[in-house]
Design a protein around this ligand. Structure first.
Ligand code: FE2
Length: 411
């Protein structure tokens, strides 16, 4: 959906001759969704984007999730900080959960990725900590903590973690990288802003919690030189390394409504009610059979008799994954959940605050507390999430009993 943008140099009309300085023609590439029936962008390459010279199958799979059903049924808690850090933002992804619609993975990446293109679906990369340069065929996005970077299907790109600039050391810039911690949502289709926040023609409406001004497009275009350049391409069959005759980053200009962009979670304007508002007010994106929500610092519900944290709920049609990013998540106090935690509350199980948490917040309000500083990212899927075996080492096996433990100790 994002609105029309132009970067670099383009000719006056589509599909007319557009000459390079040497007299040759730039090569057009139309990147379009849903056949020719939805958003697209038209890119102008120095070299033909079709020129491949080699194709090799890769045995490794990105997010080869090795999934197993959540059976026997249990709520789950993973500590992402217990996962092994390393690798890059593409091949270093460690899957947590997934189904036929979506795979959610985590990475603490210190290395630069190869060029990569996901031809299965869009990706949303949420940067929990650190910063990275996202380079793409459209241009560059400098991504930092709190950014969602939405990468449309088929976008050739790479991720470069920022280098430390430690001038205090004897050697000045150390050249080391601080790991970029990110949660990655790989969809099987397109990730877009919620339809209910858009006009018929795609403009954000006044009641939307963010708008066009909050979306950061690329600084571009980005020109790189090179021959025989490999690109990892992911499709439903697996991974292929395609070698291109010329560097794919040879676009002098593009225009259209299809491109990568960033949205920072701190630019989400929370919607509050006098009594507790349900998670749809936090919805930020939607994809096929899932939604992404942002829980941000906000005033506590302000009715004098409000219960200002979630009520117990059983979302009978969805599994709920929550990634705890910052602040103090009062509702799950005492459960072992902290910054970096990922919880999975599946359909078939009623979840809610830790027993005693409601009373504690009411007491805090009486003492003058008026706001919550929590930041969390939630992904609700409309089909059950299976568990990645690789994440089992980071699971808290006692989590499922945390509600009963708290209830019994309060007796
Ligand atoms: Fe919930």
């Amino acid at each position: 959906m994002p609105y029309y943008r132009v970067a670099g140099e383009i000719p006056r009309k589509r599909h007319i001759r557009f000459n390079r300085p040497d007299g040759g023609l730039y090569a057009e590439e139309l990147m379009g969704e849903e056949g020719f029936s939805s958003d697209s962008s038209l890119l102008y390459h120095v070299h033909p984007p079709t020129a491949i010279v080699k194709s090799e199958a890769l045995s490794k799979k990105i997010s080869d999730a090795n999934l197993t059903s959540n059976h026997p049924l249990l709520p789950r808690h993973y500590r992402t900080q217990d996962l092994t850090p390393g690798g890059d933002l593409v091949l270093g992804r460690q899957p947590l959960v997934g189904n036929d619609d979506v795979v959610v993975s985590y990475v603490a990446a210190g290395a630069e990725s190869e060029l990569y293109r996901n031809s299965v679906g869009d990706e949303a990369v949420y940067i929990q900590a650190g910063s990275a340069r996202f380079e793409s065929v459209y241009g560059v996005i400098e991504a930092a903590e709190g950014d969602y970077v939405i990468v449309p299907r088929g976008t050739t790109h790479r991720w470069l973690p920022a280098k430390n600039n430690d001038s205090d050391g004897p050697g000045g810039d150390t050249g080391d990288t601080t790991p970029v911690k990110a949660l990655i949502v790989e969809a099987r289709g397109h990730i877009r802003p919620p339809k209910r926040y858009l006009s018929q023609l795609g403009q954000f409406l006044e009641h939307a919690p963010y708008c066009e001004r909050d979306l950061r497009g690329v600084a571009g275009p980005l020109l790189a030189r090179g021959e025989d350049v490999p690109v990892i391409v992911r499709n439903r069959a697996g991974l292929t390394r395609l070698t291109y005759a010329y560097h794919p980053f040879d676009v002098v200009g593009w225009d259209g409504c299809l491109y990568p962009y960033a949205f920072n979670i701190s630019d989400f304007e929370p919607i509050v009610k006098r009594t507790h508002a349900p998670p749809p007010v936090h919805q930020t994106f939607e994809g096929p059979n899932f939604v992404i929500c942002s829980f941000c610092p906000r005033p506590l519900d302000f009715d004098p008799r409000s219960v200002p944290i979630p009520y117990n709920h059983h979302n009978v049609d969805s599994d709920e994954l929550m990634f705890y990013v910052a602040g103090d998540y009062s509702a799950r106090a005492g459960s072992g959940v902290g910054i970096g935690s990922v919880t999975l509350h599946p359909s078939g199980f009623t979840h809610g605050p830790t027993p005693g948490a409601v009373e504690a917040v009411i007491e805090a309000m009486a003492a003058g507390r008026t706001s919550t500083d929590e930041t969390a990212v939630m992904i609700d899927t409309f089909r059950p999430l299976a568990l990645a075996r690789q994440a089992s080492g980071a699971e808290d096996p006692e989590y499922a009993w945390s509600w009963a433990r708290a209830a019994r100790s309060a007796r």
